[in-house]
Ligand binder design. Structure first.
Ligand code: NAD
Length: 476
């Protein structure tokens, strides 16, 4: 397979003098050349989007929803190719890459049935007030590398159904599938409505500054999110920030361990822990701690072994890029240097490495009871290493769970739903999952509180961040 990739501007494919190639996380070999958009490409895309917006913004919701169905069809027809590209650029297995594609199809179809509606907000004998939702203009979508397609596509679909134009900027670590997807969708939407530009932080920064862009929807780290917000303030752009998480998972004494253990393992190690809402700190009631830990180690060793072949039906792959590989290795080193109890993973590292000894592979690593102020507990690891802590007092575990620097997701496992809900309602997180690991639902609002985000996306509430609410006041 030797695919080609292009920026898509005004429905035309554009190469570039400057290209870069992503490093295959499984083999460390260079993948394919990918054009880097120039400043002129960016200006052309903004101009095309602004032009397109004048007519696109006047289409009806029903017209736009019909086009979302067509986009879903194109994704469906090209699902195999897109999944293969995704698997190569992220290091995911084929099976996990397919989740990214199938989820994107489902997003298109969901929003082809669900959109914002006008609403009567007040009515009496003299006045009727109808709230309607008008598009913002041009959305700049700045995306991360962990689920390249689905996390970009949600911004595309939300922009389109609300009547906005959208310019996508994928992460330079994973540009290929997103660029191919935009290329494949040409001809469905009017030129300029959906465009893609490949570039890094400099292009992202330009997007946040340009007066021709009305909103930035950003997903990435908290540090970059703060830069994005400061930059957007200069032109008073609307901004949505989906940022880092450090999810606490609380396992109560009465949890059904036959179900909880595999679920916690998935929460921590699915996609090698590179999930914004992965379970990142596990708090287990002290009365079941030893049993839970022994079962978790067994489960992880059985179900999350390194498998070099991406066709193997594995949900565990390498870390997706060298930058993150070094971050996670640094955390493992910190645990070693401080003498923390590494009960699984790192010790087996040598034998677990694939025969080629190439690639950003790290075995799933479990650390028992590192201190609360260790890097592993305090900071987001975003990789395959998980601290297992213990608790005995409900107030205490809630206090420890509610870190000042994170509030994305959390999970609670208990046979007593009243207890689980009581704890869940005390957790400072945008979403809390009960007796299941954290899995966003694209029909439900998703956003982080505190340092994990600003606003949110998905569901009808998420669509509101892609629209102005305009009130029509009718005199009777
Ligand atoms: P990142 O912040 O390094 O990069 C994200 C995007 O921002 C990239 O496209 C990058 O090129 C761009 N960028 C970098 N500097 C910029 C700047 N100054 N101005 C504008 N754009 C700039 O994040 P990442 O490493 O790609 O993603 C991983 C992080 O994303 C993790 O912390 C993870 O938890 C988080 N994440 C959050 C969610 C969520 O929904 N809350 C979902 C997925 C990932």
């Amino acid at each position: 397979m030797q695919p080609q990739f292009f920026n898509v501007i005004n429905d035309e494919l554009r190469g570039s003098e400057k290209t870069h190639a992503v490093t295959d996380p499984r083999t460390e070999e260079n993948l394919w050349p990918c054009p880097i958009a120039s400043t002129d490409d960016f200006e052309d895309a903004v101009a095309a989007a602004r032009k397109a917006f004048t007519t696109w913004s006047r289409t009806t919701v029903a017209e736009r929803q019909a086009l979302l169905v067509k986009l879903a069809e194109v994704l469906e027809q090209n699902a195999g190719e897109l999944a293969e590209i995704l698997a190569r650029e992220t290091g995911k297995s084929q099976i996990v890459a397919s989740i990214d594609v199938n989820g994107s199809i489902a997003q298109c179809l969901y929003y082809s049935q669900n959109a914002l509606e006008d609403e009567v907000q007040f009515e009496d004998e003299t006045t009727k007030v109808v709230a309607t939702h008008i598009p913002l203009g041009v959305v700049g979508a700045i995306c991360p590398w962990n689920f390249p397609l689905i996390l970009s596509n949600i911004k595309v679909v939300a922009s389109l159904v609300t009547g906005n134009c959208v310019i996508l900027k994928p992460s330079p670590f994973t540009p290929y599938a997103v660029m191919k997807w935009t290329e494949l969708s040409r001809g469905i939407l009017p030129p300029g409505v959906f465009q893609v530009l490949n570039g890094g932080a400099d292009l992202g920064a330009l997007m946040t500054l340009h007066p021709g862009i009305d909103k930035i929807s950003f997903t990435g780290t908290t540090a970059t999110g703060k830069r994005v917000m400061a930059s957007c303030a200069k032109t008073l752009k609307k901004v949505t920030l989906e940022l880092a998480g450090n999810d606490a998972c609380i396992v109560c004494a009465d949890a059904d361990l036959d179900r909880a253990v595999p679920s916690v393992a998935s929460g921590g190690f699915f996609n090698a822990g590179q999930v914004c809402v992965a379970s990142k700190r596990i708090y287990v009631h002290e009365s079941i701690y030893d049993d839970f830990l022994a079962r978790l180690v067994k489960e992880v060793e059985a179900s999350y072994a390194i498998q070099e072949d991406s066709a193997a039906p594995s949900v565990f792959g390498p870390v997706s890029n060298k930058m993150q590989f070094d971050v996670v290795k640094g955390i493992i080193e910190d645990c070693r240097a401080n003498g923390y109890n590494i009960v699984s993973g790192a010790a087996a590292a040598a034998s677990a490495k694939p025969a080629t000894a190439k690639g950003f592979w790290l075995p799933p690593t479990i650390v028992s009871k590192p201190p609360e102020n260790s890097v592993l507990v305090k900071e987001e690891q975003f990789g395959p290493i998980l601290p297992i802590l213990s608790w005995s007092d409900e107030d205490d575990v809630v206090r420890r769970s509610n870190l000042a620097n994170a509030g994305l997701g959390a999970s609670v496992y208990s046979a007593d739903l009243a207890q689980a809900e009581r704890i869940a309602r005390r957790l400072e997180a945008g979403g809390v999952w009960i007796n299941q690991f954290e899995r966003p639902n694209f029909g439900a609002f998703f956003g982080g509180i505190k340092d994990s985000g600003f606003g949110g996306e998905m569901g009808k509430q998420g669509l509101l961040s892609y629209a102005y609410t305009q009130c029509l006041h009718f005199a009777k």
